[in-house]
Design a protein around this ligand. Sequence first.
Ligand code: SAM
Ligand code: DTB
Ligand code: SF4
Length: 329
Amino acid sequence: MNANPKQITIHSSLRHDWQLSEVEALFALPFNDLLFKAQTVHRANFDPNQIQVSSLLSIKTGSCSEDCGYCPQSARYDSDLTPEALMPVATVLKAAQQAKADGASRFCMGAAWRSPKDRDIERVVEMVQGVKALGMETCVTLGMLTDTQTQALKDGGLDYYNHNLDTSEDYYSEVITTRTYQDRLDTLARVRDAGINVCCGGIVGMGESAQDRAKLLQELANLPKHPESVPINMLVQVEGTPLFGLDALDPLVFIRTIAVARILMPESRVRLSAGRKEMSDEMQALCFLAGANSIFYGEKLLTTDNPMTNHDKQLFARLGLNTGGSSYN
Ligand code: SAM
Ligand code: DTB
Ligand code: SF4
């Protein structure tokens, strides 16, 4: 008999041994069957009418040394962006206060770094402490971390660290050459080991194959523990970046990606992330039906536009979605 029955009860449905053929078979289901399955899993684990809302702020913008082909913040591409140094703490806290007043429960701070310097971490920790003091959850995304930096963030009270795998290991080197997939996995392991919640997902619509999308989700689901938050971004095409001008992904394939993520990671918050500005209200409604239960909220993502706050509020009302309640995950 197991000595810890509670643990078994909580995690009995969580798998970390998904085979690629199984993930591909989910993607291949008739759309209605896939959505029904995803919604069934969703309802078994969450209030289906509740979504979590996070607001983003770029605390350090542009001039990044990396060559991520999707990103307007890389110094290598001419994307018409004005670089900005790391913001003062007071400016960040003012933005967090506004986000809270608009209804966000989590404040996510992003920096265009390959990896932070130790002195940067000190200021980021002050930001985290200030945002927490407002009663909001905190998330940061700063690039690759050392053990010491990870521990400093944990000691500062950080709730979540965002670090995306972005795509499959196979396709990764087509999009990014200045760091490896293993570098990403190493930082994710550090964050997990330090006891910080993990926010990790990817981007679709980058010219990847259907198998790449299946492999990305397989990789996420087979991590030793599922990320608490799984952002699924639709590529925001920015002029000047190498991925600008690609054919848009079939919206139904995006919705399928959300549904498969929900089925593979039943207890995680699946976030309908970048790209909402280009999506119809009806498409977003289908993403929620497919099991997305978190969004980025506020009129800017990091450097690109997000839907207007008022429009989102109306959409939540039209769909009967509430953004309060449990902040679990
Ligand atoms: N520099 C850090 C890093 O790369 O981890 C943190 C900031 S970076 C902008 C955070 C994430 O934003 C990336 O991993 C990527 O998934 C997402 N992202 C960046 N540009 C995007 C775009 N044009 N469309 C969709 N997602 C994007
Ligand atoms: C994530 O997965 N998406 C967010 C957040 N994590 C940091 C970033 C989206 C960025 C979209 C392009 C931009 O606004 O610069
Ligand atoms: Fe730099 Fe992050 Fe953009 Fe890559 S995704 S260029 S690391 S800011």
